[in-house]
Write a protein that binds this ligand. Structure first.
Ligand SMILES: *Cc1c(COP(=O)(O)O)cnc(C)c1O
Ligand SMILES: [Zn+2]
Length: 400
């Protein structure tokens, strides 16, 4: 289906290949780039002046940034109120570790219990706008749940392929949204192979991480929110649990867009971006450290942090670029440390976070110990999900 951007508030102009830059139309259904089979990235007209007044203050969801989002016609919006999650102070942990500013953006408060809601709200809205009938996704849990919910709301068929070992809560929720669920022995990469086989005729839109351009645009809204919620003063360091990497890449994209728009003071430095991985599955760390050329043949294993078990992230090169440009780094965290982090955040701050979020806190402690992070720096943690869904992984592990 051909779309016309006229009468739309969106500043979307084109898509480009993340590897070679080749332009692709943003007004046709696209998957990965034709040239390199790598992720496509949305471009907006950022030269025409646009003031921060364009933010729709009456909208308390991520859709308040509509001009910088890719949806052309608001009647195609598929929303459950995702976004505008709170940025919380962590005063007791800050006092214990003598930190001057420690905050956490709690993405566990999103619809369907994780930040995947942002990406899937956007991707399913665009799928609807582009006339798609059904969607398929390989998932470690949260993305499948979110896709199932937004497809139900859009009236689209949903097929979710997830590892058999995924905690029951994720599977159940998909069934309640009416999705077809297939279980696979293995990790998300094995589920991806099954999706390609099952969808060989291309009847369904493959919503795999970075295999369509719009989940990234939904995740990007975290970057806009962080700036707006912190009164346009960015933190010094931002720590993010990276699996496929859409959050890391998306937040950085938002910071660059806001710089181009003049929404950030010109002298404002952007945060150093830290990617946090599980020791059981840390392809990005291995490539970053030079122990492998890239993640293609990396062997990972399962982890309590299901969302981090991504052995072959398609966006690895894009993540590495963010780390380099931001002077960031990568840290990996053990299974035991994730549980210790869940205890810290639970007992000290009243937060029942996903193991992915707990890993981010433990990475902070590690970087403080090595001196990479300083006690007077403004630190922002991303907790990406709600701990409740992970009960099968963590039940009985609260006490020391
Ligand atoms: C998917 C997921 C991640 C990783 O997100 P990417 O965008 O794939 O890097 C982290 N935490 C949770 C809770 C997730 O569901
Ligand atoms: Zn290309």
């Amino acid at each position: 289906m051909k779309l016309v951007a006229s009468e739309s508030l969106s500043r979307l102009v084109a898509l480009h290949c993340s590897a070679c830059g080749a332009e692709h139309s943003a007004f046709d259904l696209q998957r990965v780039s034709i040239c390199c089979s790598l992720p496509l990235v949305a471009d907006y007209d950022l030269h025409e002046p646009l003031s921060r007044d364009v933010i729709d203050q009456a909208d308390t969801s991520m859709w308040r940034y509509g001009a910088l989002l890719p949806l052309l016609h608001h009647e195609n919006k598929v929303t459950l109120g995702e976004g505008m999650t709170p940025v919380l102070n962590l005063p007791r942990l800050a006092a214990r570790y003598e930190l001057s500013s420690l905050r956490l953006k709690d993405e566990g408060q999103n619809p369907t219990g994780s930040f995947k809601a942002r990406g899937l709200s956007m991707a399913i809205s665009k799928a609807k706008e582009l006339g798609v009938d059904g969607c398929i996704i390989p998932t470690a849990g949260n993305a499948g749940v979110a896709m199932a919910a937004y497809c139900a709301r859009a009236g689209l068929r949903a097929v979710v392929v997830m590892p058999r070992h995924t905690p029951q809560a994720f599977k159940e929720e998909c069934y309640w949204y009416g999705a077809e669920v297939e279980l696979v022995d293995g990790l998300i990469s094995d589920c991806g192979a099954r999706v390609r086989q099952r969808n060989a005729d291309g009847a369904l839109l493959d919503i795999s991480t970075l295999k369509e351009p719009y989940r990234l645009e939904g995740k990007k809204t975290m970057g806009y929110e962080i700036a707006e919620q912190l009164n346009w003063q960015l933190p010094d360091v931002l720590l993010y649990p990276a699996g496929g990497g859409t959050g890391l890449i998306g937040i950085w994209k938002a910071f660059k867009e806001m710089q181009a728009l003049g929404w950030l003071a010109p002298e404002t430095p952007l945060p150093r971006m830290v990617a946090v991985q599980a020791k059981n599955c840390c392809p990005l760390l291995e490539t970053y450290a030079g122990r492998q050329p890239n993640c293609h043949s990396y062997q990972g294993s399962a982890t309590l942090a299901n969302g981090l078990a991504v052995p072959h992230p398609l966006g690895e090169a894009m993540m590495l670029r963010v780390l380099r440009e931001s002077r960031g780094t990568v840290v990996s965290v053990s299974e035991e440390d994730m549980l210790a982090g869940m205890r810290d955040l639970g007992q000290q701050e009243g937060l029942f976070v996903a193991p992915e979020g707990a890993a981010v806190w433990m990475a902070t402690r590690h970087l403080l110990a090595t001196g990479w992070l300083h006690r007077d720096e403004k630190i922002l943690l991303l907790n990406t999900g709600n701990g409740q869904k992970y009960m099968d992984n963590v039940a009985g592990r609260a006490a020391r």
